[in-house]
Design a protein around this ligand. Sequence first.
Ligand SMILES: Cc1cc2nc3c(=O)[nH]c(=O)nc-3n(C[C@H](O)[C@H](O)[C@H](O)COP(=O)(O)OP(=O)(O)OC[C@H]3O[C@@H](n4cnc5c(N)ncnc54)[C@H](O)[C@@H]3O)c2cc1C
Length: 420
Amino acid sequence: MNPSKEIVPIPLVIIGAGAAGMAAAIFAAGTDASPRPILLLDGAKKPGVKILVSGGGRCNVTNKTVTAKDFNASSSAVVKRVLKAFDNRRTIAWMEEMGVSLKLEETGKYFPVTDKARTVLAALQRRIEELGVELRSATRVGRIIPDGELFRVELSGGENLLARRVIVATGGLALPKSGSDGAGLQWMRELGLKVNPVTPALAPLIFGEGDPVGDALRGLSGLTTEVRLTLHTPGGARLTESVGSALFTHFGMSGPAAMDLSRHFSQWVVANGGQRPVVRLALPGFRLPEDANGWLVEQAGKFPKRLVATILEEVAPARLAAVLGEGMGRIGDLRREERLELARRMTGLPIPVVGDRGYPFAETTAGGVDLSEVDPVTMEVRRVPGLHLCGEILDVDGRIGGFNFQWAWASGYLAGRGAG
Ligand SMILES: Cc1cc2nc3c(=O)[nH]c(=O)nc-3n(C[C@H](O)[C@H](O)[C@H](O)COP(=O)(O)OP(=O)(O)OC[C@H]3O[C@@H](n4cnc5c(N)ncnc54)[C@H](O)[C@@H]3O)c2cc1C
């Protein structure tokens, strides 16, 4: 401890130089009235790793349409307010101001025209430097402790800082090798804030061993196809669904449809004492077994001698068609019960999902600090004046498509403005 460092409190310390912390620093420092100095601390030697690996190394910065419905959160109303204050158009204009031109792809995702995430990270870091924010990397914070109207920021090296205001942007637990290990969540628990149970989100799904369907689907490793995945309670009640592309792998399933579903699966497990919900896979062209049955009857009338697997190739890739039609001969020879069973498989094949691949493979964290804890105009913690939060530490997670960065920019903007 170095007591001399404690004499003059620093007006603003931001902990975490990820997407949210950098946005907060830029908007806190961006006006003539901004406090000086602003310290931006990060435990990582090279902050911004998550931006570099995002979007397959291209960084999906935002989306063409962003609404509160694209997020799971403890308060949809707060998400809406935050997104309204800094929407996707603001993100696009802000990126342009920093010299990052974005392009819109058919999927609705925005990427830098360079197709390089490094362009985004370099622009943010350049802006931080231009604004005179002092970025200290390889500086890990151990704890923050309110001290009267100030905050004591304890660095892991033993040094203490005093701050008038603190923005905590330490993220969640996803991709721990990037430096995000949930430390900030623990500080918030210690401060008595409501922190909702956390699980990985946007993570691939794992199939259990020794299940014939799981084994057959694992055999499709490398196949990408459109699917509808539905989640049900063990009693059969439908919880949610996810439609989109899925990639079969040697461990289970990845791709947007599986990853978007993972947070619902894992949060349900936590909320239900470790019990597992049921995941069903459906061909997206058919919603109900009756629809699929009607189509099968029609096909049987037209092509009675064709094999079921061949018929199914009309609506599914050949390898998946072979799994669905496994053990079935010609379509014209199917008994009614067999055809109805096939229709049920086409619209809801139970797949043996046992969990997700965990934080090292997750893109974000579900759960976190309850949104009721913050003022949505300044992101200030209601019961700890002077402390602001932004980014993944809060109980908000978006689906795949640039929504998580949009949340980081928008909440970072408000926290930066609020604290600066
Ligand atoms: C592989 C991958 C791909 C992704 N792709 C996309 C995408 O294309 N589009 C999209 O919208 N989202 C994407 N995401 C999600 C997105 O990266 C996150 O939502 C976003 O980075 C969260 O920002 P954050 O600033 O809140 O947290 P983080 O980015 O996790 O930043 C937190 C920072 O705090 C630092 N820190 C943590 N604890 C301490 C401490 N005790 N002391 C000091 N520093 C600390 C960490 O080192 C880190 O730099 C992706 C995520 C991953 C993992």
